[in-house]
Ligand binder design. Structure first.
Ligand SMILES: [Zn+2]
Length: 175
């Protein structure tokens, strides 16, 4: 069997954006437009887990869903095998109001700027989050920081051509 390692371009480190959290960092130059991670595909939106089931879940599972899972009004995307003990690296991408990654038309995560070694990879959660109950405070330090991030931000972001360009097709196609 032939084994070929992929080039290592990212790793997990203590986040610069979330002081208590972990983040994804570039360890090499990443050119604008490069696909970095598999993303969220349109058909995945047909396989959401309904919010109705969450009230029966253990508290720790709920915390993980709130911290990690992208949601819509109907439900959320579960981790692979429903296992929060085994998250792949893209699950640790933090929000930034001026993120350096976004979605291509297939729903994959791509670099939307030139990324340098030691840059933290982040994306604007408003590019895909649409759960109207989602809320978080932001302290990303960007000039355009919205401070309060919600699951309705995508509606406003559609007015910004730069944001719209890298928004998930699912949300762009809802309008
Ligand atoms: Zn911010």
């Amino acid at each position: 069997m032939r084994r070929r390692f992929k080039n290592v371009i990212v790793e997990l480190r203590p986040s610069k954006i979330d002081p208590k959290g972990v983040g994804v960092f570039a360890i090499t130059n990443i050119k604008q437009g490069t696909k970095i991670f598999d993303g969220i595909y349109l058909e995945d939106f047909n396989n959401l887990i309904s919010w109705k089931i969450v009230k029966n879940l253990p508290e720790m599972t709920l915390q993980k869903i709130n911290a990690f899972c992208v949601g819509t009004p109907k439900g959320f995307f579960p981790p692979e095998n429903f296992d929060f003990n085994n998250l792949s690296i893209e699950w640790y991408l933090n929000h930034s109001c001026d993120g350096n990654i976004g979605f291509n038309k297939d729903g994959d995560f791509i670099a939307i700027k030139e990324i340098k070694p030691n840059d933290e990879l982040s994306y604007d959660y408003g590019l895909v989050e649409s759960n109207p109950k989602f809320k978080m405070l932001c302290n990303c330090g960007s000039y355009n920081c919205r401070k309060k991030i919600t699951g309705n931000d995508w509606i406003k972001l559609l007015d910004d051509p730069e944001k719209k360009k890298f928004m998930h097709l699912y949300l762009r196609s809802k309008i």
